[in-house]
Ligand binder design. Sequence first.
Ligand code: HEC
Length: 108
Amino acid sequence: MRKLTVSAFLASAVLFLAYCTPKAGKTVAATPVETKEQIVARYPPDQLEKGHTLFTGNCAKCHKLKDPGSRTPAEWDKVLQRMIPKAKLSPDDGALVRAYLIANSKQG
Ligand code: HEC
């Protein structure tokens, strides 16, 4: 009986650790997503324009261009973590596409 209790305890401890520990790195964004205003303040208009060009040139290869205003900054941040590698953009170019999309995103 005692043995059973101990293994039941261990089993639930393992389950607890498996499900309740935040996954490191990947899913949890390291820094909070900047707001639209912060992005606009940080990127000069010509950089945002370059982001726009990169967006139209690289993000319509597999599907139609998505409307920047269709998503909030946080939603763009999440999707772009998958799409920037798909589009094979360099980290710098990816950052410009991200800046352009967040600068024109839905307020959220
Ligand atoms: C190599 C092909 C490919 C390229 C290039 C690509 N995408 Fe996608 N994208 C997909 C596929 C496939 C899906 C649908 C499946 C999914 O969500 O992963 C998708 C879905 C999306 C979605 C909807 C996802 C959601 O969960 O709402 C958005 C927004 C998006 N892409 C934006 C972009 C942007 C911005 C770029 C340019 C940086 C880009 N995509 C480049 C293949 C691509």
